[in-house]
Design a protein around this ligand. Structure first.
Ligand code: ATP
Length: 306
């Protein structure tokens, strides 16, 4: 059995005002797309930077592909890929030049044309970096993380700030990385991204891993497969009285009310009765399946989006 792609035990890092990483254990298998999901400030970037060897830890151990930074730093560097912030490139470098230059640092490297094809940047290969869209710049950053043909790739919030179409095209690139047999570790604060892209996830909050599993297992552990969402026309009824009539707790998020339920079919008629009794018509009733957002809300009492 080869060593796992990543094995982390008891990782800790404190800054003067905050413990950014507070006893993190993680294990990532080879070939997985593994996500660190959490709100801003959860400690995802610090965790990643420690793993990448960019920040020192106060405590804990890290094994990357069975190697340690202390013993085999050079070998780790040659076998991992790290996505740089695309903004750190010169304005007047082209994707082709950037990949040629970056590739020249490594003895083992992938061809520039092959990388341009992989991230679908052929058309922009000779355009100045400054003229690329945000999504194209991010795709170039991903290609640069692959120049040394790494077995393990780290991506820090690869789609932050992109529009939905650009995000999806980036997801395709990550899926292609996996298709080529690479392990991908990424951070995100988008639950839809985590759900769509990751084989397994660690949900982080306040420097700690609060849950680990596949997106499906994390959601099914909640035991509330569905959530009924309600909005009212005009003023909403008094929540406590409405919940009492309904015989069920309701969660309010501003104008939107949410009712987690294992059985929406029997809840819906009761809901209509309660609304009729309260004489407040619904504007919208929407049944959706539970998401990772509900997992986070359930475990922390807060929304990922807050
Ligand atoms: N160099 C630093 N000096 C002091 N505090 C820091 C430093 N880097 C991070 N922090 C703090 O550590 C905590 C974790 O930050 P980190 O960037 O790891 O979180 P994150 O989950 O990646 O969030 P984001 O999505 O905002 O980057 C935050 O409270 C942050 O303010």
């Amino acid at each position: 059995m080869p060593a796992p792609a990543l094995r982390i035990r008891g990782l800790r890092k404190a800054f003067p005002k905050v413990v950014a990483v507070d006893g993190v254990d993680l294990e990532v298998a080879r070939g997985e797309v593994f996500g660190l999901l959490g709100p801003n400030g959860a400690g995802k970037t610090t965790t990643l930077e420690i793993i990448e060897g960019l920040t020192s830890a106060d405590a804990g151990s890290i094994e990357i592909l069975g190697l340690t930074w202390e013993q085999q730093g050079q070998e780790i560097r040659s076998r991992i890929g790290v996505q740089l912030q695309s903004t750190s490139l010169f304005n007047k470098i082209t994707p082709r030049e950037a990949l040629d230059l970056y590739g020249s640092y490594y003895p083992k490297r992938r061809g520039t044309q092959e990388l341009l094809d992989l991230v679908q940047l052929e058309e922009k290969a000779d355009a100045y970096h400054v003229t690329l869209s945000g999504g194209q710049q991010q795709r170039l950053a991903l290609a640069m993380a692959l120049v040394n043909d790494p077995e393990l790739v780290f991506l820090d919030e690869p789609t932050t700030g992109l529009d939905p179409q650009a995000r999806r095209s980036l997801w395709d690139v990550v899926r292609r990385m996996k298709g080529e047999g690479r392990t991908v570790v990424l951070t995100t604060h988008y639950m839809d991204e985590a759900e769509a892209l990751c084989d397994r996830l660690a949900i982080m909050d306040h420097g700690k891993v609060i849950a680990t599993g596949t997106p499906a297992s994390l959601i099914s552990e909640l035991a509330i497969p569905s959530v009924v969402e309600l909005t009212f026309e005009g003023a909403a009824p008094e929540p406590a009285a409405f919940a009492a009539r309904l015989g069920q707790a309701v969660e309010r998020r501003a104008d939107l009310w949410e009712i987690p339920t294992p059985d929406p079919k029997t809840l819906l008629p009761r809901l209509l009765e309660a609304a009729e009794a309260a004489v407040v018509p619904f504007q919208q009733v929407h049944v959706r399946r539970a998401t990772l957002e509900d997992v986070f809300l359930h475990r922390t009492g807060r929304s990922l989006r807050e």
